[in-house]
Design a protein around this ligand. Sequence first.
Ligand code: HEC
Length: 339
Amino acid sequence: MCYMNECRIGKWGNNLLLCIALCSLWACGGGGNSGTTANSNTSANVQASGSTLYQKHCQECHQPLATSTKRNKTAAEIQAAITTNMGGMGGLAKLSASEIQSIADALKTTTEIPTFDGNKSTAFQLNGAAVLNNNSIRLTPNEKNTAGSAFLTSPFTLSSNFVFNAYFNFTLGAGGRSDRHADGFVFTLQTVSNKEGGTGGNLGFGGISPSLGVEFDTFKNYGNNDPDGDHVALVMNGSVAHTPASPPVATDLHFSDGGTYYVWIDYDGTTMEVRLNSGNDRSTATLLLSRAIELKSIFPTQDVYFGFTGATGNDTQTHDIGAFYLTSNYRSGGFSPTP
Ligand code: HEC
C-alpha cells in the first residue's frame, strides 16, 4: 500500500512530484475501508439512517428534517403518536422499535458523548486502525504508517444555514523520539459515508470529498507547504496541502506533548472559529483562526458525517479523541461542558 507520508522522507529525494503522481496512481488515500484492520467494536450499519427513514415516513406531514416541527421528540412520543393514530399516523405501525429510535436520534439537535465507553461505543463507526481505548477513540496506535477514522454512525442533520457548535478534547501520545512525532489528525465534516478515511495518507483525510476539516498537524511535510511544528488549518475536499487562500496557523503551538487539549469549533453560518486551550475553559482559550466560509456551497445535503481522521508515517504517535459535543442549535458562547 502507498502512503503519502512516504513522499516527505528522504527516500523520494527531490522527486516529490513524481511521488505524488505515483501515489495518486496507486489510489493513495482514496478513502474507504479495506476492512482488514477494522476493530471488532466497529458497529454494523445495515439499517437505513434515521434521516433517510424520516424523509421516507415523516417529511410529507412534518417538514424536512432540518426544519421539522418534531425536532427533539423522543422515540416514546413518536411511538405514542403512532399507537393512538394521531393525524393518521397509525399506518406507521410497521416501523420497528430500532427504526423509531434512529428517527428520534436524527431529530435530536444535540449529540453529547462525554466518553466513548461501553454503551456509547456505537455512536461512532470506527474505520482502519481506530479502536476504542480507555474512554477515548484511539485513531492510530503508536506504530508506523497507520491510519484510522471515526465518523458518527448516522449523519447529523444541520439546518439550512449549516450552523453548529462542536467541542472535543484530544491527547497525542509521544512518539518514539520526543522531538519527532507524526502525523496529526483532522476534525472532519463530510457527506459521503461513515466509512470514509482510515486508509492511505494525508492524515487519513486524503480523498474524502466533499469535505471540510480542521487539521491538527504535527509534522512538517514540505510538499504540503507546512510551516514548522504543530499547526492548525482549515483543509478541504481531502487535501491537507496549504494554499495562500487558507494558510495554516502555527504560532508557538505545542499540542504533541502528551497533554490533553480542548477545542471549540463554532460556525454561525458565515465564519468558522477554532479555539484551543490546555484547560477546559473556552473563555481563556486562544482563538486560533476565524475564517469566512460557506458550508452550504460545499455540501450537497444537510446530513453531515462529523468525525475524525488520523495517521502516522515514518514517525509515530497515538491520537486519542476524548469527549465530543455537537449541536445544531447554535449559540455564540459555544459549549461549556463540565467533564
Ligand atoms: C400523514 C401525515 C403524518 C405522517 C406521515 C406523520 N405524522 Fe406525525 N402527526 C401528524 C399529525 C396531523 C399530528 C398531530 C398534529 C401535530 O402534532 O403536528 C402528528 C403528531 C405527531 C406527534 C405527536 C405530537 C407531538 O408533537 O408530540 C409526533 C411525535 C409525531 N407526529 C412524529 C412523527 C414522526 C417521527 C413521523 C414519521 C415516523 C410522523 N410523525 C409521521 C401527521 C403525520
